[in-house]
Structures are given as structure tokens and as C-alpha cells.
Write a protein that binds this ligand. Structure first.
Ligand code: ATP
Ligand code: MG
Length: 561
């Protein structure tokens, strides 16, 4: 199915919400949350969840919380908290005063655990993690009860308190829910609720040495925040009975968990653990490397928040996992940048052209469109001089039949300037180092009065006006569509060795010097680009966001065959 076909139809989550509104399930309230664990930077998969949760709240006049699910002290850091806040904001969403941390609920969670113990629904177990896993059974075999399962409530209360007070070493004791070791759903076989872990938490520091497990904590967090629809990814479907069990046994407010298919994208990875691996081993230059599918990487690459939101909305929400073509993301990026980016000229591989019939000392101001898609934005001035740079690849000495650009004796259009005929080629050691040519002075603006046609228009910059830039070109990070899907092969084997190409001494219009980091623009004929934050007074550093050629239609056609 073409992705565009999905846009108009309401997805199943919004259908559930419509139904809840009709039945007045939550007195008409809609309250969602985005609950990242601060153990890495956000990626495009998270963007899907962000757009869904914040988007639904906005559409239905509800609220969406930003909540850090920070229950695992060993992997979490403040750096991640800050980056997540920045990324969600940059994507265009606002949680107002509803920024929460699961760690703020640790005391309340502890009290809820005591309630469960008192009701006979939880017990302290002395089995080790290994023994617990060994006695859990399998899908076909029941588990076996722990010898500690029938401890008295008083003993459990006293042991749990000692756990909290630090009387035990890591892993020495756990608190488990007392459900059913024969339950067909393995998640219901007396899951662990708390573990002993003497680790410093990024916020609560050393206050706690017991930490709640995800399944126990998450429903409580939702309940405490009065969430109505707790939207998560499909792998939690099997955990929903446990989510419900805890809330039912505690008899507290009960949100509804709904699962949707996570986003997978071809040619990249979508796991924080693997992203961290690439960052730590320096396969990329930090979390915001423009080759990564992280939000900060995409921002640095020049993707706009509008295009990411459009992408997330157009891929829709489904109940079955699938992989979206990277080309579709790029298609959404191009679509927005085409509408909004000013145009400039820049030459990646400069070749000098000397216009023999042009005055040495003349600098002519010519008019160029800022954005042909938006004529109302007007024009900019560009400088024409005797010496220009054109793209090396726009000239060929012995051109094949279909090459219509510059060659000896042929006339082409210099964009917005004049018709140029190449008259001489200067070579040194078999390398073309300079061209000579003449312009038709009557063709100012690029069109001759006699209306004669040329087959090609090329871009250029004035050699005396252009400034130097370092331009970074990016290709796919991986050479295969599913780098993580190959058994027995580490995903890093599929890293694309040519994913970054750095070009020095590119020649660009001088105005580029005035743009600020992250500003996006188009280099005519070359693609969309943006200013890299490493730019400074002396060095202009530019990233290519995406080239101009849209391959999405082609990918779609292949899919149909
Ligand atoms: P990882 O497993 O890579 O560490 P995670 O999914 O556990 O990542 P969280 O911080 O727990 O990361 O994710 C926050 C929210 O984002 C969760 O609700 C999760 O379901 C959602 N999410 C994460 N990855 C994706 C994805 N690829 N597509 C859609 N939603 C996602
Ligand atoms: Mg998670």
C-alpha cells in the first residue's frame, strides 16, 4: 500500500478515543504522555510516538505530559534528560508545566508495594536472578513456586523494609508479585517488582537502594498522572495483563494501555543501545552526527521539524510492525525544504572559467530568485565577474552523446547570467585546470534576444567574490536495508564506509557567511544544505541535507512489481 493512502483514514487509536469520548469513559478527558527513559538520545522512532501522543492531545483538546521514566539508575544521565527536552521542544510540542519524573514517585510506589504485600499479593524472594529465570518455566512448561513464596505478610513487610534500608547486597533479595507460576503468559509468573541496587540515581542520588521494575512502575506512573490512554509499542502487548493486574489489585485509577507498531526505517537502526554503541566506539561523531536517525542528528543534518511531523503523520499508526523506506522520509524533507528554502549557488568541485571577452575590473550585479516556488519572496543580487567557478563535472572534453553540458565549442546557460561558449581548455599533466570562454553580452539574464536555445543551464560563482566552505556530504549509514536483521552478523559490519565525504575549498556565494548555524537553504542543482554548528568566523562548514533527486516514486514502483 502506498503510504500516502493512509493519511485520510482515522487510525485505530483515534477510533478507540472517539469511542471513549462517546461513552464518556473518562468524563471526556484525554490525557496522554510521552515517557522516554533518559538513557540515550531520541530518534525518529520516538518522534513517531511524540507526534502521536502530543498530536492526539492537541486534536482532542486534551493534555500530554513529558515524563522521564527514570527507574534504572545505572544507565541514566542528566545529559540525556536535557537532550530529550530540547528535542521534543524542537519538534514543536509543549508540555506546559507537566514535566514529570518517575523518580519523584519512588516513595509512593514503595507505599503501593507495601499495600500489595499487606493484601498478600507480593512477597520477598531470596532466589537469585538466575534461579528465578530457571524456575520460570517455558511457554510449554509451568514454572515452579519459589520456596519463599509463602512467607507471612509480617515477614515480607519486615524484609521489604530492610531491603529499602540497605541491609542486603545487590541481587540478594527481590520483591515479587504473587500471581501464578502456571500462568500461560510468562509475564504473569510472579514478576519481579523491586530489585536491590546500590547505585546513585541521577536525581534521587543515594536515597534509594531498591528500584522498581518497568512493569510495576509504568502503570503506577500513568495512574498517578491521571493518564487516560497509555500508548506504547507492540512489544508491551504481552505485558498489558500485568499492567492491569497491578492497578486492579491496588484498586487505583486505571488508564488504558494501547499498543501500536513501532517505526522501523530502512538502512538505519532504531535502538538506543545500538546507537550508543556507535557513539562510544566512535563510528560516528557523537549523538548528533548527521548520519544518525537521532532527532539531534537530523536537526544538524538540516531536516526541519515540519518535515518530520509530516512524515510521522503520513506513515500512520498500525498494529503490525513494518519497515518504512528511508526514501519516504527524504521525500517529506524535500517537500518542505522546497517550499521554504532560499536558493544559493555553490560549487563543490571548482573549475575556473575565464571569460575572455569580459572586462577585468567589472563586477556586475545580477538578479536571482530567492525561491522560484515563492516568487513573492523576491530576488537577491549575485556578482558576475571575469573569472568564475563552475562544477568540474559540468565540463567534459570528450563528451558522450547524452552529455549536454559544457564542452569545447558548445554554448550553455550560466544560471541567471549569460550564455557562455567554451573556447579553450588548459591542461596540466593531463588534468583540466582552467577553461576559457566568451559570453554573449546580449544574453544578460541567460536568454539571447534571438531566442536561440541551449540544452543546459549550469550553476557558477564569481571567483573573486566566492568564499571557501567545507561541505560535508552524507550517504546512508548502512549498506543494507536491515542492518540488525542479519543473524550471526554484528550490525556494525554493515556500516557504509562512504557515509561521509568531506570536501574542502568549495566555493559558495558570500552571503552564506551571514547565515546562522542550522539555517537551511538550497544550492541550485545540488540539493538542500544547512550551516553546521561547527561554523565559526573563519570556517564555513555546510552539511548536505539531501540531494534534489526524489527516489521515492521509484521505490514505490518497485514495491508494486
Ligand atoms: P530502546 O529500546 O531503543 O532503548 P525504548 O523504546 O525503550 O528504546 P523509551 O525511552 O522507553 O525507549 O521510549 C519512549 C517511548 O517511545 C516509548 O513509549 C516507546 O514505546 C516509544 N518508542 C521507542 N521507539 C519507538 C519506535 N521505533 N517507534 C515508535 N515508538 C517508539
Ligand atoms: Mg523502553
Amino acid at each position: 500500500m502506498a503510504i500516502d493512502d493512509l493519511t485520510e483514514k482515522k487510525d485505530f487509536i483515534r477510533e478507540i478515543i472517539d469511542e471513549d469520548i462517546k461513552n464518556n469513559t473518562y468524563q471526556g478527558r484525554i490525557h496522554t504522555r510521552f515517557p522516554p527513559e533518559p538513557n540515550g538520545y531520541l530518534h525518529i522512532g520516538h518522534a513517531k510516538s511524540i507526534c502521536l501522543n502530543f498530536g492526539i492531545a492537541k486534536e482532542y483538546g486534551g493534555l500530554c505530559n513529558l515524563r522521564f521514566d527514570d527507574t534504572n539508575p545505572t544507565k541514566e544521565e542528566d545529559e540525556y534528560v536535557h537532550s530529550i527536552i530540547e528535542d521534543v521542544r524542537w519538534l514543536g510540542f509543549d508540555w506546559e508545566d507537566r514535566l514529570f519524573f518517575a523518580s519523584d514517585y519512588f516513595q509512593q510506589m514503595y507505599e503501593y508495594a507495601i499495600q500489595l504485600i499487606q493484601a498478600g499479593y507480593a512477597y520477598v524472594d531470596d532466589l537469585s536472578a538466575k534461579e528465578i529465570s530457571e524456575t520460570r518455566g517455558t511457554i510449554t512448561q509451568p514454572g515452579t513456586n519459589s520456596p519463599y513464596r509463602n512467607r507471612s505478610v509480617d515477614e515480607n513487610l519486615s524484609l521489604f523494609q530492610k531491603m529499602k534500608e540497605g541491609a542486603f547486597l545487590d541481587g540478594e533479595k527481590v520483591l515479587r508479585a504473587k500471581i501464578d507460576m502456571n500462568h500461560p503468559n510468562l509475564n504473569m509468573r510472579d514478576p519481579v517488582m523491586y530489585r536491590v541496587l546500590h547505585a546513585t540515581h541521577h536525581r534521587t542520588k543515594d536515597t534509594w537502594c531498591i528500584y522498581p521494575m518497568y512493569d510495576w512502575a509504568h502503570g503506577l506512573e500513568d495512574s498517578i498522572e491521571n493518564i487516560t490512554h497509555s500508548i506504547c509499542t507492540l512489544e508491551f502487548e504481552n505485558h498489558r495483563p500485568l499492567y492491569d493486574w497491578f492497578l486492579d489489585k491496588l484498586q487505583i485509577y486505571h488508564p488504558q494501555q494501547i499498543e501500536f507498531a513501532r517505526l522501523n526505517l530502512s538502512y538505519t537502526i532504531m535502538s538506543k543501545r545500538m546507537l550508543l554503541n556507535l557513539v562510544q566506539l566512535h563510528h560516528v561523531n557523537g549523538w548528533d552526527d548527521p548520519r544518525l536517525p537521532t532527532i539531534s542528528g537530523m536537526r544538524r543534518r538540516g531536516y526541519s521539524p515540519e518535515s518530520i511531523r509530516a512524515f510521522c503523520s503520513r506513515i500512520g499508526v498500525a498494529k503490525v510492525n513494518s519497515t518504512v523506506d528511508f526514501e519516504f522520509l527524504e521525500h517529506c524533507v524535500r517537500e518542505h525544504l522546497n517550499q521554504t528554502c532560499p536558493r544559493y549557488m555553490g560549487v563543490l568541485h571548482p573549475l575556473k572559467v575565464i571569460i575572455d571577452n569580459y572586462q577585468e575590473e567589472t563586477t556586475e550585479e545580477l538578479e536571482a530568485m530567492i525561491n522560484p516556488e515563492r516568487p513573492e519572496e523576491g530576488t537577491r543580487n549575485i556578482h558576475f565577474t571575469k573569472e568564475l567557478y563552475i562544477e568540474k563535472t559540468d565540463f567534459m572534453k570528450d563528451p558522450p552523446k547524452k552529455f549536454f553540458r559544457l564542452t569545447l565549442g558548445r554554448e550553455v546557460r550560466l544560471r541567471y547570467a549569460y550564455l557562455l561558449t567554451c573556447t579553450d581548455v588548459i591542461e596540466e599533466n593531463d588534468e583540466i585546470v582552467e577553461l576559457h570562454g566568451t559570453i554573449d553580452p546580449a544574453s544578460k539574464g541567460g536568454y539571447a534576444p534571438d531566442g536561440r536555445k541551449v540544452k543546459s543551464t549550469i550553476h557558477w560563482v564569481s571567483a573573486s567574490n566566492a568564499v571557501d566552505a567545507e561541505i560535508r556530504l552524507y550517504d546512508r549509514l548502512f549498506t543494507v536495508k536491515e542492518p540488525t536483521g542479519q543473524k550471526d552478523t554484528d550490525f556494525k559490519e554493515f556500516l557504509n564506509p562512504a557515509s561521509l565525504e568531506i570536501l574542502q575549498s568549495c566555493k559558495v556565494e558570500p552571503t552564506l557567511k551571514q547565515l546562522k548555524p542550522f539555517e537551511r537553504f538550497q544550492f541550485e542543482r545540488l540539493g538542500y544544505f544547512c550551516i553546521d554548528p561547527e561554523t565559526n568566523k573563519d570556517d564555513l562548514v555546510i552539511n548536505r541535507t539531501v540531494n534534489l533527486k526524489d527516489t521515492w516514486a521509484k521505490v514505490q514502483d518497485q514495491g508494486k512489481n
